[in-house]
Unconditional design. Structure first.
Length: 603
């Protein structure tokens, strides 16, 4: 049952996932790992109680409703921003509660939900997780333990290879992409490798989509490599992988430009692109233990041309650029360190502003960009007033437009949407979670509070929080769309009213497999229905208005790629201009066969 904005959600409903994890976080294998057993990426805890609605246990968990009042409960003492008279996430609290009496938005590590620090590690390529084989966003517990000091996450400083103490932007010596040493698939659907490779369109059945092209990944080291980001423009599909950025023509997969080869491995990218199709990628400063993720390179997605470069300087003590996050809001690029951020003009590389510690020992620890820019800060992390604060920033100046203070014990884990702003927060001590929505001025709008077992897909987050690292979730001005999880068989997509937090409608997957929201388009929700062991996936359109929400098929993916489609475990999804794209986000470095990179379908 939904609650009004200033009341806590009802107890029960959204329990922890049913599968059990490995006893310890997995370690990086020296050789390609065998597929793990189901349960990878789930909380390490005792077996759940008897299942409730939608397979959810009857006690709160990572995706479960709190047993005690949540963020909107009134606090005992007045707090900043007009907080009510009971402790809550927007004010210091005598008892934990995101917005009030019970756990609020503080800074301790969250419960072991998919994507939270302290949860089991990401499954290696080739594994299957309880999220139908997709890697949940997770952090190895051992890593998290090393990084948590007094309730605050610190990046481990290892020194640096760079002597620069100021961010410096320069133009690359060579503004043209370097040529690739390896040929790429001409786009006939047969994949890389030339003669003898399978033609996925041979024998295509009536009604099946066409495989527009398939690309294999560059060789990666045995330890694996990142393949972050997937950007689709009107003409070009672009992907980063290991030390390369590659671009293909969307229609046939022929090279759009010569491969851009970077000096060291890619370690961060902007998920967003500018209005004129520019992005920024970061790569390591070297290969030693002292190397940092601090080298920035701007790229043009349509031409592959290199733009400005910059070196990200370290901040103060415990504020390192060993690992960074990149966010774009309009023409402002924000580089997030462990405890601060620096903004650049993405067009020129000129430094705009710094976001440093402020107020009651508040240190910005995460940023999220898109149509707006938000930041999360950890405040008084080792003191009695420990809590987190959420701010919307002016991209041009870095000044806060508004600030929301969350109660002790609550952590802002993800943003499911930035416009409208939808925040997923967790409380490890109380094993509770909350999904809250906010108005444009930062005041509370609603919170989700009804039975269900939601299962969006999220990317791994180790040293950085990665606020925008979830897919399988969508939102428009009035509605949030979330997938449920199912032990077996079809799941559902639930439409949630952002004004009340109540369910509007729900629709079951048209096949016996999971259906995930991809994007909103033309008054409909585009969703991906995953393949089964013997049937290919499909892309469907679900009307969002009215009373009929029956999925209509946009693309029936071909049977010829069912096995290949199923093997994209660490993945990105995209639907653009009637084409559907799958791409890998992690390479495992196996030498026994070429790894997959991108697969494109169309009519």
């Amino acid at each position: 049952m939904a609650q009004p904005p200033d009341q806590p959600p009802q107890q029960g409903g959204f329990g922890p996932p049913p599968h059990q994890p490995p006893a310890q976080p997995p370690q990086a294998p020296a050789t390609p790992p065998a597929p793990p057993q189901p349960g990878y990426g789930y909380p390490q805890q005792a077996p759940p109680p008897a299942p409730g609605p939608y397979g959810a246990p009857q006690q709160p968990g990572p995706y479960g409703a709190p047993q005690q009042p949540g963020p909107y409960a009134p606090p005992q003492q007045p707090g900043p921003y007009g907080a009510p008279q009971q402790p809550g996430p927007y004010a210091p609290a005598a008892q934990p509660g995101p917005y009030g009496q019970q756990p609020g938005y503080g800074y301790p590590q969250p419960p072991q939900f998919p994507g939270a620090p302290g949860a089991p590690g990401t499954p290696p390529s080739g594994s299957r997780s309880p999220f139908k084989g997709r890697p949940a966003v997770v952090v190895a517990a051992a890593v998290a333990a090393l990084l948590v000091v007094g309730g605050t996450v610190f990046a481990v400083t290892r020194g640096g290879d760079d002597k620069d103490d100021k961010p410096v932007a320069t133009h690359s010596d060579d503004d043209k992409p370097s040529a690739s040493a390896d040929p790429v698939d001409p786009g006939d659907g047969s994949g890389d490798g030339g003669g003898g490779a399978q033609d996925f369109n041979a024998g295509r059945k009536a009604g099946e989509a066409k495989v527009l092209w398939y690309k294999e990944a560059p060789d990666a080291p045995a330890s694996g490599a990142e393949a972050p980001g997937m950007w689709i423009t009107g003409t070009t599909a672009v992907k980063a992988a290991y030390k390369e950025v590659v671009g293909y023509k969307v229609a046939d997969g022929t090279p759009a430009w010569a491969t851009v080869t970077l000096p060291q491995k890619v370690c961060a990218v902007t998920r967003q692109k500018t209005a004129d199709d520019k992005v920024v990628v970061a790569y390591m400063s070297g290969t030693s233990d002292r190397a940092k993720c601090n080298q920035l390179q701007q790229l043009d997605l349509n031409t592959g041309a290199k733009g400005w470069t910059a070196v990200v300087a370290d901040g103060a003590l415990f504020d390192s650029a060993i690992d960074i996050e990149l966010s774009l809001a309009g023409n402002t690029l924000v580089v997030g360190r462990s405890q601060s951020g620096t903004a650049y003009d993405v067009r020129t590389g000129k430094k705009l502003w710094d976001k440093k510690n402020y107020g009651d020992s508040c240190f910005p620890t995460a940023f999220a960009g898109g149509t707006r820019l938000v930041s999360v800060a950890s405040c008084d992390a080792t003191g009695a007033k420990e809590h987190e604060e959420l701010q919307e920033l002016d991209p041009a100046t870095g000044k806060a437009k508004w600030t929301r203070e969350f109660a002790k014990g609550w952590r802002v884990a993800r943003t499911f949407s930035l416009d409208p702003l939808v925040v997923y927060s967790t409380n490890q001590d109380k094993n509770t979670w909350n999904i809250s929505t906010f108005k444009a001025d930062g005041t509370a709008r609603s919170q989700v509070a009804f039975d269900g077992n939601f299962a969006p897909e999220c990317q791994s987050a180790i040293l950085q929080r990665d606020l925008t690292g979830c897919q399988g979730v969508a939102a428009d001005a009035d509605t949030l769309y979330l997938p449920t999880d199912a032990k077996s068989g079809p799941n559902e997509i639930v439409a949630i009213d952002l004004s009340s937090g109540k369910q509007k409608w729900r629709v079951k997957s048209p096949a016996d497999e999971t259906m995930l929201p991809v994007r909103l388009e033309g008054g409909a929700l585009v969703a991906y229905v995953e393949p089964s062991y013997d049937a290919a996936g499909q892309v469907v359109s679900i009307p969002t208005a009215g009373t009929a929400h029956t999925p209509a098929k946009l693309l029936q993916l071909p049977a010829s790629t069912t096995a290949l489609e199923s093997s994209f475990y660490a993945r990105d999804l995209a639907w653009t201009d009637g084409r559907f794209y799958l791409s890998s986000t992690r390479l495992n470095g196996a030498d026994d066969a070429k790894e997959k990179l991108m697969l494109a379908y169309g009519k």
